[in-house]
Design a binder for this molecule. Sequence first.
Ligand code: SF4
Length: 257
Amino acid sequence: MNNELIEIIEGLKGYLSYLKMIGIKEIPVTTRVQGFKDSREQIKTNSCAIEPSPPPTLAPFNIELLKDIRNEIGDCRRCKLWHTRKNIVFGSGNPKAELVFVGEGPGEDEDIQGLPFVGRAGQKLTEIIEKGMGLKRKDVYICNVVKCRPPENREPEPDEVAACRPFLEKQIAAIKPKVIVTLGRPATATLLNSKRITISRIRGIWHEYESITEAEAIKIKLMPTYHPAYLLRNYTYEVRKQVHDDMKKVVEELRNG
Ligand code: SF4
């Protein structure tokens, strides 16, 4: 099968998933008109001859899905964090990333710039991705559980997580990465749907993210590790080695999984 055909099939698979996600269960049947040979030939749908759309490709499709999710968020006031935020921090990176990092919420720099992980902890995360893992930051996707900054950088509260979580679920469903890395306890607890976790106990161990929304049933390998802000506060050999070991497992999974 040539690359173009694989790309078309992948795009169609993504489009069908999207239709399912937004609740469309049936699609109109399109019939090929006898006698035409190539992909740009005329097609017949319910007796109306129409020009077929260009074949979808996965990257633009994912971009469109993410744009739709951002539009759905709008000028969100679904939880109390809107009172103090400067900007909604949606997420950034490659819409078809194989690896997604999820933190708990934006900090001060992120709130000002409207971008995730751009402060000191963000620089540390970039260092982990680029120097530690040998990847490029632009090739992964980075986002948070809540899209607005919790005051004084406190942990997001359960009602705030509950209000914002559907957007995170949809982002993950749109990107469909091979691996999710959760940064710190709150993000890990949210995506594992478990309130009682201790990050030092479960970091470095493979878990499985399972979407709990009706949008789409998906399962993705999940690796919990420390938040880069914790790393900055506890810059010891032991903690650095633990994060290094966790990310090594992720790189191996991306290569071989
Ligand atoms: S944190 Fe999420 S749910 Fe709350 S206001 Fe911001 S975007 Fe809306």
